[in-house]
Write a protein that binds this ligand. Structure first.
Ligand code: I3S
Length: 131
């Protein structure tokens, strides 16, 4: 645990491609799911979903290294769990709820990949709780 007076920053880091959709915002259900494949980065206790560069194409000047952050989720006070079957027809769906009333579903067909994310997100949430 961190020494007195020193802020503890979670050390777990991970990056990869996940499918995600927002399902709740300000505690209100989003009208329509919008599953999007996102470059997803965990760093410093914050999860960041990035826009698909192809969906923000600027024609001829398109650069594949222009990866734009779209939304961040502060994992402090967040909860994670496997989504029940009524939440989605997809397999391997994880439910991530932030403390400010935003809920995402994250999903990936390959089980190992989603299980690794589930573990690292859960471990980070628990690290933040122990501060
Ligand atoms: O919760 P829903 O309404 O079954 O979610 C599905 C819809 O968002 C659907 O969009 P359209 O209404 O444009 O068809 C998506 O394509 C589906 O992926 C959503 O369901 P799943 O079970 O895949 O989360």
């Amino acid at each position: 645990s961190p020494e007195m007076g020193q802020p503890h920053v979670p050390t777990l880091e991970k990056a990869g491609i996940l499918n995600k959709t927002k399902v709740l915002e300000n505690g209100k259900r989003v009208r329509r799911k919008n599953w999007i494949q996102s470059w997803t980065v965990l760093h410093g206790g914050v999860l960041t979903f990035h826009k698909d560069p192809k969906s923000t194409s600027t024609g001829g000047s398109y650069k594949s290294n222009h990866i734009v952050p779209e939304v961040t989720v502060d994992l402090r006070g967040a909860t994670i769990g496997w989504a029940s079957k009524d939440k989605s027809s997809k397999k391997n769906v994880v439910e991530l709820k932030s403390k400010n009333g935003v809920e995402f579903l994250i999903q990936y067909d390959t089980e190992n990949i989603i299980q690794d994310w589930y573990k690292v997100l859960g471990d980070t949430i628990r690290q933040l709780e122990m501060e």
